[in-house]
Design a binder for this molecule. Structure first.
Ligand SMILES: Nc1ncnc2c1ncn2[C@@H]1O[C@H](COP(=O)(O)OP(=O)(O)O)[C@@H](O)[C@H]1O
Ligand SMILES: [Mg+2]
Length: 283
């Protein structure tokens, strides 16, 4: 994904049309059949096959021959297409630098409406811990469809929380990409706090506000909490759950336990888990 900008710039109008056609049809086919793309692009069978081979050599699509030629996005292909949609929508002007590349996402800075922002490409489908395959009329959904859902979930949760809980301002969502405000802060695990008790209180306070709004983070830890002089910020929401949803109480407990354990291990602060959970749920 380091060459995303170069790949983006090398694509021609016809390539984008093919990617667009895959995007439109990925909800119905695990591998989008060539005839569906031909219908939308007016290419001949041979022309399309040559184009798809080229896109596959760039690792943007994965082709599969069964009774017919079918194709699906790779993570990189869906990401570059999602970026194209954000550019077309006037949300992104320029790709900046890669700031994080993990198992579950690739995160870039970008320029959005004249300001620096964060663009997160989802790599793993929501919910990653549940059954990944889903039956549809045409068989199984491709995993990249699930990454779109994961991005949507993160965007929707951010929209719900922003203004009430300390989270980045969500700007836009396209495909597997979520565009949001850049928070000038460091991950909790990277800083040595001078006032750990206060910071822990702030974190619990935010968890409580989230709970009141009906949301459980689902992946809360020192890696997904950012801190700076002004306060704490929660990020990374694709696993978020509704309060009352099956298993959400367990997940809330795990979230809070992660945080308490970290403060105990790092700063020797003792805070009772049960009591803290009661406080959060008290309202
Ligand atoms: N809005 C943001 N502002 C600043 N940094 C961010 C923002 N969102 C993500 N990051 C950085 O990117 C990293 C990965 O993002 P995250 O949402 O946690 O995805 P992952 O699922 O890969 O952990 C974060 O740990 C953080 O360093
Ligand atoms: Mg994270």
């Amino acid at each position: 994904m380091r060459d995303l900008a170069n790949v983006y710039l090398s694509l021609k109008k016809l390539d984008w049309k093919i990617l667009e056609s895959i995007f439109k049809n990925m909800w119905d086919f695990e591998y989008v059949p060539s005839h569906a793309i031909i219908r939308e692009t007016n290419l001949s069978e041979e022309e399309l096959e040559a184009k798809l081979k080229k896109l596959a050599s760039m690792r943007l699509v994965e082709n599969k021959y069964t009774e017919y030629l079918g194709t699906a996005f790779t993570f990189k292909g869906l990401s570059v297409y999602s970026l194209k949609r954000l550019v077309a929508a006037g949300k992104v002007e320029q790709l900046g630098s890669l700031i994080g590349e993990g198992k579950e996402s690739v995160v870039y800075t970008v320029i959005s409406q004249g300001k620096e922002a964060v663009l997160k490409f989802h790599r793993v489908g929501y919910p990653s811990f549940k059954k990944v395959k889903e039956k549809r009329d045409y068989g199984t959904l491709h995993y990249t469809v699930l990454t779109v859902r994961s991005a949507r979930r993160e965007f929707q949760t951010l929209k719900r929380l922003y203004g009430h809980v300390s989270v980045p301002r969500p700007i836009a969502w396209e495909g597997n990409a979520v565009l949001m405000e850049l928070i000038d802060a460091k991950e909790l695990y990277k800083v040595k706090l001078e006032n750990p008790e206060d910071v822990l209180e702030m974190i619990i306070e935010e968890v409580k506000k989230m709970y009141e709004l009906g949301v459980v983070h689902g992946d809360l830890s020192q890696f997904n909490i950012l801190v700076n002089e002004e306060g704490v910020y929660f990020i990374d929401f694709p696993q978020s759950m509704e309060v009352g949803e099956d298993g959400s109480e367990e997940i809330l407990k795990r979230d809070v336990e992660n945080v308490l354990k970290y403060f105990k291990k790092t700063y020797g602060i003792e805070r009772d888990l049960k009591q803290t959970l009661e406080e959060i749920k008290k309202g």
